[in-house]
Ligand binder design. Sequence first.
Ligand SMILES: NC(=O)c1ccc[n+]([C@@H]2O[C@H](COP(=O)([O-])OP(=O)(O)OC[C@H]3O[C@@H](n4cnc5c(N)ncnc54)[C@H](O)[C@@H]3O)[C@@H](O)[C@H]2O)c1
Length: 330
Amino acid sequence: MRVAVIGYGLIGRERVRALVRLREEGVIEGFTVCDPFAAAEQPKVEAMGGTWSATLSDVRAYAPQWVIIATPHDTAVDLCLEVLGWCDQVLMEKPFGRSLSEAEKLRGASEGRKRLHVGFNYRFFPGIKTALLDARAGRFGSLISVNMLLGHGGSPGMEKGWKFDPVKAGGGCLIDPGIHLLDLCRCMASDIALDCIRGWSGFWKTGIEEETHLLLHSGQTTFNVQVSVVRWRSTFRLEIHGMEGYGIVTGRGRSYGSMKYIRGKRWGWQNAANQEASEEAVLVSECDDSFTDELRALFSQGESGPSLSPCTAAEALEVMRLYEACKNRL
Ligand SMILES: NC(=O)c1ccc[n+]([C@@H]2O[C@H](COP(=O)([O-])OP(=O)(O)OC[C@H]3O[C@@H](n4cnc5c(N)ncnc54)[C@H](O)[C@@H]3O)[C@@H](O)[C@H]2O)c1
């Protein structure tokens, strides 16, 4: 299997790092990288055993079985549509377009035999994956509420990049990185409706929402979601509360701290010194493998039957429907 990566920035590099590992495991044969704005990286890519494609025609000539698109949001849609014209299997990094109409166009272009997936690597963080599977398996009982917080510490000058440009990014913290949280909501429930939303902006002042608070529900379960790029202390927290117990995931590796997943039972204190002492420490992870794990699951889909799968175009379209419903109320 040959794989092409288009866009060699932060995430293109993560995908290449993952591909090097998957080549060592024998999952893929080789890879090529295309990024006309990063030609200086060619020697480093070649040192890793990859090839450099100067143009999209070179990528096509490489005849990859999979193409990964990791470019800014304003170029990713057209690139994806073009690549789908000659390659049947594409992974586009989230989001699935900048709007519902772009998502619908992408979905339309991937009908039939084509496989279009969207990179939602949060599904593959060990703590999140285990907690979601626990919730699905009914370990916590009927879900009462799910709380999620993703706060990005940020750095000076980030407002000058494309991610803070409303046109290039398509929006603010709700689409990036908030779309990950909407995807996780949809991994737990399908029919999610928005109750209320509140946005804030006023620090970076580039015309995007900088902090968003959302209240959503599905049946009797409330989803309380916060996402921010003005939180200064990088924070990730996922709490799943059910009638029988709960699961709490904190951290996301790197500046967010190690990811820890703990489980607790209702009134666990009855059999322990206190509630905290009754909790089970399920795992600790530095979260270095999510991009590799997502690609391994993608490339081997149908063979090993992973219990949490890479996001399909159909699922990503539903995430964008939810996003647009929220965005329209901001
Ligand atoms: N899953 C995650 O946790 C996560 C985190 C960050 C970004 N992302 C997503 O990954 C994608 C890329 O983000 P990034 O952080 O790597 O951005 P980036 O700015 O670091 O890199 C983008 C790269 O694309 C290149 N590029 C631009 N136009 C191109 C073109 N026409 N052809 C080839 N290359 C082109 C740029 O030169 C740059 O190197 C986005 O969709 C973003 O939302 C995902």
